[in-house]
Design a binder for this molecule. Structure first.
Ligand code: PGA
Length: 245
């Protein structure tokens, strides 16, 4: 199955209004065969979406549409601000904010209810990998977080080994291929051949211009979720270029 390559950025708690100038240079370097999107802090969604020539998303959303949830933002809120998608289940949410697979599933389902795309993140700790449990942990996370109505037209899954995020310690191409094959098999088993094959699988964790060519053309790798290297056009544009078929 041919799946379009997808290079997504995640600014995390970085950036400000002045930094949105980077979006202009990224927008000037889009490639016809590569989907590009960037998730930004909630305060920047509106100005970023008004300015960017590609989809802007949220980094997290609440599973409910409104209510007594101080500090949270809902899918209708980020959608009104101009978001086309949201990341859900990033390890910095799962670990830092105690989010469970059930929470992540509810967030992804909220996205679907309101017509937003979602990038659902999964990944193992170093201890789990050292214990030989990485594939079992990650495929269990995928299946428990998988939203009802999962489909390749709106959902992507990002495999982000926690030990590789922001550490400069990138996973090997062989490890990424093995994990993506395991995730693909789990998706096909759960959703059937057509839907299971249509969902794009992104790799995330210390992706740079240097390692992107190898990672982006590895088997079952349909794109990347890029943190630090998405903050400037100088670092992000070469990763978009590396995704060209
Ligand atoms: P990194 O972050 O590219 O800075 O390692 C990736 C992510 O957490 O999405």
């Amino acid at each position: 199955m041919m799946r379009r390559k997808f290079v997504a950025g995640n600014w995390k708690m970085n950036g400000n209004l002045a930094a949105l100038a980077e979006l202009d240079a990224i927008g000037a370097s889009l490639e016809a065969t590569v989907d590009v999107a960037i998730a930004v802090p909630a305060t920047l969604i509106h100005p970023a979406a008004a300015r960017a020539k590609f989809p802007i998303g949220a980094e997290d959303v609440h599973g409910q549409d409104s209510g007594a949830h101080t500090g949270d933002v809902s899918v209708p809120m980020v959608k009104e601000a101009g978001a086309n998608f949201s990341i859900v289940g990033h390890s910095e949410r799962r670990q830092g904010h105690g989010e469970t697979d059930a929470d992540v599933k509810a967030k992804a389902e909220a996205c679907r209810r309101h017509g937003l795309d979602a990038i659902l993140c999964v990944g193992e700790t170093l201890e789990q990998r050292s214990a030989g449990e990485a594939e079992a942990v990650v495929t269990a996370q995928v299946l428990a977080s998988l939203p009802d109505g999962a489909g390749g037209d709106w959902l992507a899954i990002a495999y982000e080994p926690i030990w590789a995020i922001g550490t400069g310690q990138v996973a090997t191409v062989a490890d990424v291929e093995a994990m993506h094959a395991a995730i693909r098999a789990a998706l096909v088993k759960a959703l059937g051949e057509e839907t299971g094959q249509a969902i794009r699988l992104l790799y995330g964790g210390s992706v740079t211009a240097e390692n992107a060519p190898g990672l982006l053309h590895a088997a079952e790798v349909d794109g990347a979720l890029v943190g630090g290297a998405s903050l400037t056009a100088a670092k992000f544009v070469p990763i978009i270029r590396a995704a060209i078929a």
